[in-house]
Design a protein around this ligand. Structure first.
Ligand code: SAH
Length: 254
């Protein structure tokens, strides 16, 4: 059981996602808990102000420190388990499957979702971790909190049910997933690779591994450096890389 608490100025956006489909079923089965809190609970003025203008001037508004400090302290104290506190920012550590795997061993995670132009820098002293979804800017951290929740929950034992597994998936061994097909075997002239219809489990496993390697080399060669490959597979990758480089040279020369 893992418990997520999300602090946000728009706490109403989480519920429909975490209560639907696979996440919804996992939550009903008690595999995780998810609560959201309105940051404005921790304001003390009539207008329930959470933002203010930046010192030094500049565009837009920043989230002020007081409500965030009080919210994180109060939410943390609601449960004896010490939470892992996560903030979101384009300046954070890029989110990866490895990080999702590490977070799946936590008992409690508190998310603090930013809005506006970001936050007063001092709030990050509360953070155990600052996470970025990628090199782009969102209007708020809520999608980031849902993304992390989703990626972590599907790694928890029992979350996917018996019929699915997180074992063979993209990034699980540092490679992208192999191509998959379902019926019909021929659709508009597009044929499913013959080996997948052969019933030969050894041949299918070899094809899938080779396909995952080839696909990773073509679409995300950066992943191969950290991948778990046999010496034979490394040699194959190197020869494929060399031959694709000489192909490039040929097309450039012609
Ligand atoms: N001015 C900031 C961006 C603020 S965007 C900057 O230039 O770095 C407002 C909020 O959206 C952030 O506080 C963060 O919580 C969230 N956010 C925006 N982009 C994100 C990203 N790539 N990953 C994770 N969270 C992001």
């Amino acid at each position: 059981m893992i418990c997520f608490d999300a602090i946000s100025v728009i706490p109403q956006v989480f519920e429909s996602y975490v209560s639907s489909s696979i996440l919804g079923r996992a939550r009903n089965r008690g595999i995780f808990e998810f609560y959201s809190y309105d940051l404005r609970i921790w304001t003390h003025d009539r207008h329930r102000t959470v933002d203010d203008a930046p010192f030094g001037g500049g565009q837009g508004m920043l989230m002020k420190p007081e409500p965030i400090f009080e919210a994180v302290e109060d939410v943390s104290a609601m449960d004896p388990r010490k939470p892992h506190v996560i903030f979101f920012s384009p300046c954070g550590t890029p989110f990866t499957q490895d990080l999702a795997q590490k977070l799946s061993h936590k008992e409690r995670i508190v998310f603090v979702c930013g809005r506006y132009e970001g936050m007063d820098e001092r709030v990050y002293t509360l953070a155990d971790e600052i996470i970025s979804l990628g090199d782009y800017v969102l209007t708020g951290g809520e999608l980031a909190a849902l993304t992390v929740t989703d990626a972590v929950v599907r790694l928890l034992p029992g979350a996917l049910g018996d019929s699915m597994s997180a074992q063979d998936e993209s990034f699980s061994q540092g490679l992208l997933e192999y191509e998959q097909y379902t019926r019909p075997a021929n659709y508009r002239g597009m044929e499913v690779p013959q080996v997948l219809l052969s019933g030969d489990h050894g041949a299918i496993a070899r094809w899938r591994r080779a396909n995952a390697l080839e696909r990773t080399l073509r679409m995300r060669p950066d992943l191969l450096e950290g991948a778990d490959l046999t010496a034979q597979e490394r040699a194959l990758v190197e020869s494929l890389t060399r031959s694709s480089k000489s192909d490039d040279q040929l097309t450039e020369e012609s």
